[in-house]
Design a protein around this ligand. Structure first.
Ligand SMILES: *[C@@H]1O[C@H](CO)[C@@H](O)[C@H](O)[C@H]1NC(C)=O
Ligand SMILES: *[C@@H]1O[C@H](CO)[C@@H](O)[C@H](O)[C@H]1NC(C)=O
Ligand SMILES: *[C@@H]1O[C@H](CO)[C@@H](O)[C@H](O)[C@H]1NC(C)=O
Ligand SMILES: *[C@@H]1O[C@H](CO)[C@@H](O)[C@H](O)[C@H]1NC(C)=O
Ligand SMILES: *[C@@H]1O[C@H](CO)[C@@H](O)[C@H](O)[C@H]1NC(C)=O
Length: 214
């Protein structure tokens, strides 16, 4: 829980396990004034995106989504949750899959500079804390090795904010991104603090398109 989060446990606390063929991966929902969805990873390179989408759908509008510490989530499909007034307590890690064929065919196209994205967040009132342990591992090595010396368009950016307002991100990492680490398009009132971006080969790549106010 965030120390500052206004979550008050009121009424009955229900714990619902989502139906899932995988024993480990699940979403636990705690119903209160602000619902909290805690996501647990499937492990073994099994796609966690369906559970993550369920958590954003259930708790992404006036609630909290929690990725616990030491949980490692396998991101094998593109996702663009649309959220409002959400706390994302991002202690664990997302690992973008190394299925280059999938990403080349399915990443979200970003018209500006012919880019692509695997994960886009959209909405208003988004508060993300990585607590110094949470973030995204982009699996960029798979791309660097497959595309040595030449970088064709289409490497997906793993952390994109598009049509967003009132966003805070802090204590968060983006490592080994295939290309740019973080991108903002049409963002208003964006606050980033203590973001660690690293690729072995170069500097933190951060840019934001015209139209974004900081
Ligand atoms: C992990 O996945 C592989 C390939 O799908 C499978 O052969 C193996 O049994 C799985 N291991 C566990 C612990 O589920
Ligand atoms: C798209 O996927 C098909 C198979 O579904 C594959 O043959 C093709 O190479 C992929 N395209 C790219 C650009 O990777
Ligand atoms: C976003 O900021 C605007 C202007 O400060 C405010 O009116 C609005 O209520 C905020 N939205 C949320 C979800 O905090
Ligand atoms: C952002 O807004 C523009 C203009 O309304 C729209 O064309 C675009 O699809 C939106 N993108 C996302 C990810 O919501
Ligand atoms: C940004 O928002 C404006 C106004 O809604 C829209 O015209 C423009 O297409 C958007 N740009 C992008 C990149 O979404």
């Amino acid at each position: 829980m965030l120390a500052s989060s206004p979550i008050i446990a009121v009424g009955a606390v229900l714990v619902a396990l989502s139906s899932s063929v995988h024993a480990a991966g699940r979403v636990e929902v705690e119903q209160s004034q602000r619902p909290t969805c805690t996501v647990f990873a499937n492990g073994n390179r099994t796609d966690d995106v369906p559970n993550i989408l369920e958590a954003f759908s259930t708790c992404g509008n006036g609630g909290s989504v929690v990725f616990p510490e030491r949980e490692n989530f396998w991101i094998a499909a593109r996702l663009n949750p649309v959220v409002r007034d959400v706390y994302i307590e991002w202690h664990g890690q997302w690992t973008m899959s190394d299925d280059l064929t999938y990403w080349r065919n399915n990443s979200y196209p970003i018209a500006f500079q012919n880019h692509a994205a695997s994960f886009i967040l959209t909405g208003d009132g988004i508060y993300i804390d990585g607590y110094g342990t949470g973030g995204i591992y982009g699996n960029g090595d798979a791309w660097y090795n497959a595309e040595k010396n030449v970088t064709p368009p289409g490497r997906p950016m793993p952390f994109v904010f598009w049509n967003v307002s009132n966003v805070t991100v802090k204590n968060f990492f983006v490592k080994q991104s295939p290309l740019w680490s973080l991108n903002i398009m049409n963002g208003t009132n964006m606050d980033f603090d203590n973001i660690y971006c690293k690729r072995d080969s170069d500097q933190c790549a951060l840019w934001s398109e015209l139209g974004t106010e900081h």
